[in-house]
Design a protein around this ligand. Structure first.
Ligand SMILES: N[C@@H](CCC(=O)N[C@@H](CS)C(=O)NCC(=O)O)C(=O)O
Length: 250
């Protein structure tokens, strides 16, 4: 990763219609390397969309080995990556935070020097840590479980974990609540349930949780989250990937 990154203008002298600040009317050139089926790339894409940033998109084929020109951009070969003028960033959390820091928006992710900003960012960091550590890791086990009793049981456990760990953090949540969107996975749970990859009872249980239900509905309908998302195609490729993983562990 580039060792030093020229900061994007944060206190520019012009503001675009969506509130994005620019300096002297110029925004840095952003090139986004992505694949629409990747949830981590989706995370960065949500940030680009929510902040209405102009960017160029380059789709990276994940079904074949990465070409050298892409490995020169991201030696890990993963998506997403973001070129900012001539500097490169990768890892979705870093890309998303960099964009949100560079174009602070109180409704998306507050600046740390805003009143209450540091505390809100700490709460966001805790939410993300909880979601990745406690919830998302468990979703993989449910996806890989045998359909029927075993999957239903794990699905129930999953709802229990969301209720215990996440539900209290979503009190009064709006669609983004200062960065706590976690849209890629929330939307995938819904689509996976619709396509039989996750138990319908699990999704019903999630939607019945007052805070999660309201918040996830707002997330799943948000244009920034839906941008570039093709549910049936993602369900199909995920199904094939899960079958392959299951076959590998037998
Ligand atoms: N920790 C990384 C994870 C990125 C990641 O795992 N991307 C996957 C696609 S979802 C990828 O590029 N995989 C390369 C491959 O499939 O060969 C991030 O948050 O950006």
């Amino acid at each position: 990763m580039a060792s030093s990154v020229t900061p994007l203008p944060v206190n520019g002298d012009t503001t675009t219609a969506n509130g994005t600040t620019t300096t002297n009317g110029s925004t840095p050139k952003l090139t986004f390397y992505t694949n629409h089926r990747c949830p981590w790339a989706h995370r960065a894409n949500i940030t680009l969309q929510a902040l209405s940033l102009p960017y160029e998109e380059v789709i990276i084929d994940l079904d074949s080995p990465r070409p050298q020109w892409y490995l020169d951009i991201n030696p890990r070969g993963l998506v997403p990556a973001l070129k900012v003028n001539n500097e490169i960033l990768y890892e979705s959390a870093i890309v998303a935070t960099f964009l949100a820091d560079s174009f602070p928006s109180p409704t998306f992710y507050p600046a740390s020097n805003e009143s209450g900003g540091a505390m809100q960012r700490a709460r966001v960091a805790f939410f993300v840590d909880t979601f990745i550590g406690k919830v998302n890791s468990l979703s993989m086990a449910v996806l890989k479980a045998e359909k029927g009793e075993e999957q239903e049981k794990l699905g129930k456990e999953f709802v229990g974990v969301v209720e215990k760990e996440v539900e209290p953090l979503l009190e009064g949540a709006g669609p983004f609540l200062g960065g706590r969107s976690w849209g890629p996975f929330v939307l995938r749970y819904k689509v996976y349930a619709e396509h039989g990859l996750l138990p319908k009872s699990m999704q019903k249980g999630l939607e019945a949780l007052p805070n999660y239900g309201k918040w996830s509905k707002a997330i799943c309908e948000h244009p920034a989250v839906l941008n570039g998302f093709d549910g049936p195609s993602i369900a199909e490729t995920s199904k094939a990937r899960i079958e392959k993983m299951k076959a590998g562990t037998k």
